[in-house]
Ligand binder design. Structure first.
Ligand SMILES: *[C@@H]1O[C@H](CO)[C@@H](O)[C@H](O)[C@H]1NC(C)=O
Ligand SMILES: *[C@@H]1O[C@H](CO)[C@@H](O)[C@H](O)[C@H]1NC(C)=O
Ligand SMILES: *[C@@H]1O[C@H](CO)[C@@H](O)[C@H](O)[C@H]1NC(C)=O
Ligand SMILES: *[C@@H]1O[C@H](CO)[C@@H](O)[C@H](O)[C@H]1NC(C)=O
Ligand SMILES: *[C@@H]1O[C@H](CO)[C@@H](O)[C@H](O)[C@H]1NC(C)=O
Ligand SMILES: *[C@@H]1O[C@H](CO)[C@@H](O)[C@H](O)[C@H]1NC(C)=O
Ligand SMILES: *[C@@H]1O[C@H](CO)[C@@H](O)[C@H](O)[C@H]1NC(C)=O
Ligand SMILES: *[C@@H]1O[C@H](CO)[C@@H](O)[C@H](O)[C@H]1NC(C)=O
Ligand SMILES: *[C@@H]1O[C@H](CO)[C@@H](O)[C@H](O)[C@H]1NC(C)=O
Ligand SMILES: *[C@@H]1O[C@H](CO)[C@@H](O)[C@H](O)[C@H]1NC(C)=O
Ligand SMILES: *[C@@H]1O[C@H](CO)[C@@H](O)[C@H](O)[C@H]1NC(C)=O
Ligand SMILES: *[C@@H]1O[C@H](CO)[C@@H](O)[C@H](O)[C@H]1NC(C)=O
Length: 755
């Protein structure tokens, strides 16, 4: 059922495309699809896909551009604005232009016209609320030369730009930029360096000479996660001592600032491909129902991937089943996890019990941690006001120089103000801990969970002997939070609504409360770092890992790099349990975590990879029953599906396995081919975790290789084990190929949907 639903969605879109072509009725169709008021004179930005004339080879950019212009009624609008917004050279055959629906309608009769779509505004994949904290006075930036990770690889970041002089983007210890790099550099007063080797802005085609400088903070964060240089002691606040760096600190960055419309993002990809980047990091949203040609990441990613560029994209921050976007198989889709690190402090009670709590970014410098202070619990009288330390509630309570216990709520910073105003020395917040890492508290604050809170209250009520007291020790950033990593509540989940049944997200990566470079209002503070959350923070981690793999294995295909990341991901958390989903603090399902958490060191050396010929994607899109014109939008070439071997989604040589079984089709045989990228002579045997209600049978129990790059195929037959499972249930398993020497475990997650 699930499978046929996706096909229906595809057919619907195909009908839409057909109707655009059917000139008699297309005017109303175009407008209704565009979702605009029916003013046919309204000027909107359209993206126009074209078919290259048969036999004619278009040479330079100039020639392409004049061909694009030949479709326009004239070159300028009454307002003086140029009609042509962008000419696309690499990413698709076509252009973006300002047109009325009537003009688009007229264009449909012109030779070479393929399809028109309205430009749409996208959102950034982040959940952070802007809260700024300057650290310029206490920070010192000390550059380190500890790593040469990702050296020479170019990561293109399509986002909101960067502040070029942030410490994270210094080119200290950076190798020279590649000799053949000739990319655009359109900053003002910054002529690019060996870290930031390029940059340009694409905002509606008009303000192209505005520099790609970040004003919101998102792009800065993303770029520094992917390839920020080392900043030692990035923030030295209290005992906080942290070396900041991106995943690939020696990689170069090319910055493409977009105004987040479809046309802008397509042009950013176009420029990135023209410039010659190796990896693209893209964290901009799409609708989960967007088809591959509607989703600019999928559309551009196809062309980028064909050129050998790896693309990492964010799954989205919608948090619900089937809400994931960018689910094309050529993209690596990343969900967000909360790592095990936290900014912590310990409260040590008079009876020697100790509890670790969260403190957030703000760690006091003047607080004497060795002094025991009395504890006071205003809420002992069980009034709402005092339980929550509301303004006015502490008037008749002696909190002077004491540690005050307050239940957490909406305005925890405000509670701190109240406690400080009443003379309190510190506050212990009790109850559920939310994303408050950037909170700028006005006094020392420690936040403990409800469990620990009740233990502290037990001590408070019966301290035994002396009055209750405690001291708070600020510990800076510590690891060891458990369970960890956990899946961020807002990370978008599969299954994909549009890819025909390929398991997505591919992996999860740190994307919750991630500390990285940022900007601050009232700055510039070039050592400013802050916490942000979102799958936007997760995808640059993967982009960075892609750069590392690319550096080590320059000839690998996008599919091989993706396979390395997927088959080496950790499928259990640090304690060996299934990853906990922060939505309900229960074990997650496979559509929240995909293959699991990225494990970069292992991804460098995966042993075997599931590679694909790029042309498989055409057979796959034919298998999805895409109309040939639709496939042409994506591939840029005419396709005849009757002459191409159609490939079912489950049969694409993907590193994960997903099938839909029902009483009518109780089994499916999945074919897979692995390529040996480990030692020439190596032998692998299988280890299977059978999914509930199903059994797996392999065609072979041994893969014996005698050469590097040797390929071996095997089949997996997955069969329902009666009684037939309830429709709509999901079952999870895994297939591991383990090398005899045990140096490699090549893991494929298995998802079965019972229909
Ligand atoms: C271009 O065409 C539009 C619409 O037909 C018209 O309003 C405008 O005046 C034309 N511009 C020029 C420079 O002719
Ligand atoms: C660039 O530098 C010049 C000279 O120092 C200065 O006048 C100008 O304001 C600067 N522009 C920007 C955008 O910072
Ligand atoms: C960028 O997008 C915003 C919001 O849609 C819009 O207000 C602004 O005019 C755009 N900027 C440019 C240069 O197109
Ligand atoms: C780069 O800057 C130049 C000069 O300001 C401008 O003409 C050009 O349009 C800009 N190009 C891009 C892609 O931003
Ligand atoms: C930070 O940590 C490093 C190494 O762990 C140490 O050498 C350095 O002295 C520390 N700096 C501060 C300010 O604590
Ligand atoms: C780029 O990085 C940002 C944040 O690090 C991420 O959200 C986005 O998905 C990445 N985009 C690409 C194309 O890798
Ligand atoms: C903190 O308090 C202890 C105990 O009163 C005292 O010995 C120590 O000098 C104080 N430290 C600072 C930095 O004031
Ligand atoms: C408490 O409320 C009063 C009156 O609204 C206000 O003046 C005061 O600033 C508040 N105090 C704190 C600490 O928020
Ligand atoms: C960074 O550059 C901006 C202009 O782009 C400038 O205003 C600011 O002073 C610079 N900051 C530092 C720390 O150099
Ligand atoms: C596709 O190929 C088949 C078989 O060669 C042929 O019959 C059919 O006409 C072709 N379709 C198109 C649109 O070229
Ligand atoms: C698969 O299911 C079909 C019925 O749909 C049955 O005929 C066939 O024997 C099954 N194959 C296996 C290997 O179970
Ligand atoms: C896998 O199954 C296909 C079709 O069922 C068959 O043609 C192929 O030979 C099998 N491959 C292996 C390695 O068993």
């Amino acid at each position: 059922m699930k499978c046929s639903t996706s096909i229906l969605v595809l057919l619907f879109i195909f009908l839409f495309v057909t109707s655009v072509h059917a000139s008699q009725t297309s005017d109303t169709k175009l407008r209704s699809v565009a979702g605009q008021n029916s003013d046919s004179n309204e000027i909107l930005t359209y993206i126009i896909h074209l078919t290259k004339p048969e036999g004619k080879t278009l040479l330079g950019y100039k020639e392409l551009e004049s061909w694009h212009k030949s479709f326009l009624p004239n070159m300028t609008l009454d307002s003086g604005e140029p009609r042509l917004v962008y000419s696309y050279f690499e990413v698709m055959t076509g252009f973006a232009a300002r047109l009325t629906t009537d003009e688009v309608e007229a264009m449909q009769h012109m030779d070479g016209f393929l399809h028109a779509e309205l430009n749409v505004q996208r959102e950034l994949e982040t959940t952070y609320t802007p809260q700024y904290l300057g650290l310029s006075d206490t920070s010192t930036g000390i550059w380190s030369t500890e790593s040469n990770m990702g050296e020479g690889i170019i990561i293109g970041v399509i986002d909101s730009g960067i502040p070029p002089n942030h410490s994270s983007f210094s080119d200290n210890q950076m190798p020279a930029k590649p000799v053949n790099w000739n990319g655009i550099c359109n900053f003002t007063n910054f002529s690019c360096n060996n870290k930031i080797i390029g940059g340009a802005t694409f905002a509606n085609g008009i303000k192209m000479n505005s520099p790609p400088v970040d004003t919101g903070g998102h792009g800065t964060h993303v770029a520094s996660i992917a390839a920020g240089n080392f900043v030692k002691n990035a923030m030295v606040v209290g005992k906080f001592n942290y070396t900041a760096s991106g995943m690939a600190p020696r990689a170069h960055l090319a910055i493409y600032k977009t105004n987040f419309t479809r046309a802008d993002s397509l042009k950013s990809y176009d420029q990135a491909m023209t410039d010659g980047v190796n990896i693209i990091n893209y964290s901009i949203s799409a609708d989960p129902t967007d088809n591959f040609y509607n989703d600019e990441a999928a559309l551009s990613g196809y062309k980028a991937t064909e050129k050998g560029i790896s693309v990492s994209v964010s799954a989205g921050n919608r948090g619900n089943p089937k809400s994931l976007s960018h689910s094309a198989p050529w993209l690596t889709v990343v969900g967000a996890s909360w790592p095990d690190r936290r900014l912590a402090a310990a409260v040590r009670l008079g009876n020697s019990d100790e509890f670790i709590g969260e403190t957030g970014f703000y760690q006091p410098t003047q607080f004497n941690s060795s002094i025991f202070r009395p504890i006071v619990y205003p809420g002992a009288n069980n009034k709402r006001e005092t339980l929550g330390c509301w303004n006015g509630s502490l008037n008749n309570i002696d909190v002077k120089d004491k540690i005050v216990l307050c239940w957490a709520g909406n305005d925890n910073i405000g509670k701190g103000r109240v406690v400080l105003a009443a003379g309190g020395a510190a506050m212990i917040l009790m109850g559920p801990i939310k994303n408050t890492r950037n909170d700028k508290h006005v006094l020392p604050v420690l936040h403990v969970n409800s469990n620990d809170a009740n233990k502290i209250l037990n001590y408070y009520n019966s301290p035994g002997g002396s009055p209750p007291n405690a001291r708070i020790v600020f510990k800076g950033q510590v690891s060891g939070r458990r369970p960890a990593p956990t899946i961020a509540p807002t990370s978008s989940r599969g299954p994909s609504q549009t890819n025909g049944g390929i398991l997505k997200p591919d992996v999860i990566a740190p994307g919750y409360e991630i500390l990285a470079a940022s900007i601050v209002r009232g700055g510039p503070f070039n050592n400013y770092f802050k916490f942000e959350s979102g799958t936007s923070m997760a995808s640059p981690h993967v982009a960075g890992v892609m750069a590392l793999i690319k550096k080590k294995h320059p000839t690998w295909s996008q599919a091989a790099i993706q396979s390395a990341i997927i088959t080496t991901a950790d499928d259990v958390d640090l304690a060996g349990n299934r990853f906990v989903d922060m939505k309900n603090w229960k074990p997650s399902n496979i559509f929240a975590r995909g293959a699991g958490h990225i494990n970069p060191p292992k991804a460098m050396d995966p042993g075997l990879v599931y590679d694909r010929n790029f042309s498989d994607y055409i057979g796959y899109m034919c298998g999805l029953k895409y109309k040939p014109s639709l496939i042409q939008l994506i591939t840029g070439r005419r396709v005849n599906c009757t002459t191409v071997m159609n490939i079912k989604a489950s049969q694409l040589n993907y590193p994960s396995i997903m099938v839909t079984l029902s009483s009518n089709s109780p089994n499916e045989t999945i074919m897979r081919t692995v390529t040996n990228v480990g030692k020439a002579n190596s032998v692998y045997t299988p280890k299977i975790v059978h999914p509930a209600n199903a059994s797996l049978i392999l065609s072979t129990n041994r893969l014996q290789f005698s050469a590097i790059n040797q390929q071996l195929s095997f089949n997996v037959t997955i069969t329902i084990v009666p009684p037939a499972p309830v429709k709509g249930t999901i079952s999870e398993g895994k297939l591991e190929w383990v090398s005899i020497s045990n140096s490699h475990v090549v893991r494929s997650p298995i998802a079965i949907v019972f229909d």
